[in-house]
Design a protein around this ligand. Sequence first.
Ligand SMILES: Cc1ncc(COP(=O)(O)O)c(C=O)c1O
Length: 371
Amino acid sequence: MPAFAYLDHNATSPIRPPVLDAMVDALRVGGNPSSVHRAGRAARLHVDAARRQVAALVGVLPSEVVFTSGGTEANNMALGGTGRKRVLVSAIEHESILKAVPWAERIPVDRNGVVDLAALDRMLAGSEPPLVSVMFANNETGVIQPVADVVRLARAADALVHCDAVQGAGKAPVDLHGLGVDYLSLSAHKLGGPTGVGALVVRAGAPFGADRKGGGQESNRRAGTENVAGIAGFGAAAEISLSGQDMASLRDRMEAALQAVAPQARIYGAAVRRLANTTCISMPGVNAETQVMALDLAGVCVSAGAACSSGKVTRSAVLAAMGVEPAESETAIRISCGWNTVSEDIDRLIAAWKGLYIRVTHSDLSQARAA
Ligand SMILES: Cc1ncc(COP(=O)(O)O)c(C=O)c1O
């Protein structure tokens, strides 16, 4: 049995062993991929191979892949690089979208956390053709968005479309051309690659201007010497995650067991298409922070809704956008499985969750009796 159960893959997915090997190989090369000599050419080979691997993950040409320092940079680049002054973003986007364009118009979502297409259609009727940004799958609930429908509506209004696929790629099939989007963001560490590397995919022919000043790397689309080892690791992770993994049976067993313990526990987005690795669930009457700490003590790592970078837990804006009352959303945790999740991890989570729920409800009962 593993030392602890890591069920927080949507925060970051531990590095896959072949990724480490690919990174070490690339680190040993040592050259700058822009140098023309043999060491530079050797480094360039690693970057080119990874570009092909990442391109294959999302069905694009290698030339459409621009390596970045992660999903945040890719999102920022997309929002700033299209030249569109009007921007529409879904209300459940990641902070790296919402904070990059705080003035953007917000597309509402329904109670299941799915973008409201009728509302988008009305918003598109505005004067200027906008950039629309809708994520592939939500990081807290795993709910998959109707991106192809968003594109269909957007095209009729001459809008460009960006999709943050940071949480989708490697967990569900993502195909830029199948979806029809112009820009797609990816991040290596969500699929078992290293942190600090990602990509913005720019469809050939889509308008794009880089605002970062410096060298001509990435075909003048992202200045700065490439993170060769990180990129090599990203490529390896992309290639492995293409082979996929069935998470749905683990998830379904876990959700059934948790709801058997606490039938009032609500699973957000359960009625619609979700990533098979993600469960966002409330434990009635028990604060999410208490749950995260109690589960950690029991050797299970999960997260509380949207944990911000300082580690302080804030109220989930995603659940708020879905109309969940604050008192309820404060009891929601996110359980996210990944490539190294085994059945025993799920057993450990179920036992710990059940133990906590019984302790809390029993102590409530005894307090009520004593009163
Ligand atoms: C949906 C989504 N977009 C973007 C990001 C940011 O990616 P990165 O950590 O690579 O900057 C995250 C990270 O949690 C995410 O979940």
